[in-house]
Ligand binder design. Sequence first.
Ligand code: B12
Ligand code: SF4
Length: 487
Amino acid sequence: MIRKIAFVEPNTKIPNFYSFIATPRLGVPILASILKSKGYEVDVYSDKIRKPPPKELLQYDLLGISSLTNSSIEGYRYADFLKRHNKTVIIGGPHATFVPEESLAHCDYVVRGEAEETILELLDALNNGGSVENIKGISYKKNGTCVHNEDREFTDTFLNVSPDLSLVKGIEDFKKGFINKFTYTPMVYTSRGCPFNCRYCTVIKLAGRKLRYRDQDCCIEDVRAALEGIEVRKSIMIIDDNFTVDMKRAKELLHKIMKLGKPDYVLYNMQLRVESFKDEEFLALLNRAGFGLIHVGFESVSKESLAELGKKLGVEDIKFVVDQARKFGLKVNGLFIVGADSDSVKTIRDTVDLTMELDMAVMQLFILCPLPGSDVFNQLTSENRLFTRDWRYYDCHHSVFFPRTMKPSTLQREVIEANRRFYSHSRLLKKGSAGNRITCGMAVHSMEKFLKSYAEKLRRFEDRFYTKDEELITERLQENNARLLEA
Ligand code: B12
Ligand code: SF4
């Protein structure tokens, strides 16, 4: 009989931009809250908060592992250990959803996509000897063959469920820690889904195109809980993929957040699309509600690359956003992606020039990452351009495919250089330099050593795939076995 359940969220050991942000994703705490309400005894482990000694996990009847692509290998390590001790193991989350067969080599069941309903049906079947054949959204093995049941429809079960973060083992002690006090970053979400279709993103496949909105009171309760006990300068992240699809609701929520009140040293941040900056009433509300940094996915300064990535923007939009933000006392974190087929070394340099010229508070320059499930992944796989399947490097910081007009190591080194320029010590020390820039600068500098040594690894095998002008020789791609990095 399964009564005692633990979820584990592994973390990657390779540092990324977010290594300083210590917070569990919300998916597993949501599932844990639902299971607890049904009478199960549930704990959540997050490596970022408290990495469990593997033996501690053996006390549970069933374990659920949640991984992103870059933490999947660490997740498999947990799963293999638990399987060696004959535990029932389920793997779910964004990575397993798109590579269920790979994940099934390490566990009993894979839950694909949203799991609020699936997990209850699966536990019911396991506890009562029922069949799993009709449970939508799961994959499992039958006589050594992988069976993928039909996909599950998007659910509404989560609309008034709050993720109970007290179920995360060690979280209260963690939050009091000298440094953790600063790095623990509460997250709140108010909706799921996104109507857009960026080619590098998997959100619409994970959460759907149609927006599903959580109950507003529930969201505000979550913000209130996030504010509790904060004593130091801190950001609270509103993590909706698209907060402003329903602008009326967005404004209502901001009014309610404003009414909660908050200490001055706490600021909210969220991600917004460029269109939202046209609504000045909204921007004024953001400022009054206490928002500081706004993350904006500009993605590129090149029209061709934008078209390739599925975005309809231009440099004028970037300037417009920065001006509007400044007018309303908000800071901009410009998110850019480089490495698309139309990108050249010049595009990368132009990007950092523009961000510096506009004096953006923060810049995040990502390398195009073919996340399993995305159109970009499917395209690059079909063109045999992925040179590694070591998922640890699929974190938007490492070059994992052959770009068209520069070698992978050139892409890698140009990004390192761009970051060095944007986060140069003189710019970090400049009077008035935003606190956010200093924090992000620390993250960038802490990654540099790893990224440089990665660039060196790329040089071991890339030359034969490029002309002396660094044009990709596509005919040579037949020599690529997608394991070149590992060789
Ligand atoms: C908030 C967020 C962040 C935050 C915090 C993340 C964190 N703590 O790791 C920040 C900004 C730091 C961040 C960083 C990154 N993120 Co992020 N992030 C998100 C976002 C917007 C929300 C995550 C969330 O809480 N979702 C809400 C819950 C409800 O969804 P969920 O976690 O997927 O859980 C559901 C199911 O997947 C399933 N499930 C999940 N786990 C399990 C386990 C079991 C056992 C079962 C049965 C089911 C199950 O059930 C849940 C309920 O239905 C998602 C997009 C999204 N909409 O999900 C991207 C997303 C998770 N991030 C993504 C990526 C790529 C990254 C980065 C690598 C790079 C980047 N540029 O953003 C870094 C890596 C960070 C790291 N940990 O190493 C990708 C992951 C894709 C993938 N295949 O790995 C996503 C999906 C966005 C995308 N572009 O497609 N991220
Ligand atoms: S990148 Fe953002 S806007 Fe584009 S599809 Fe993903 S969630 Fe939607």
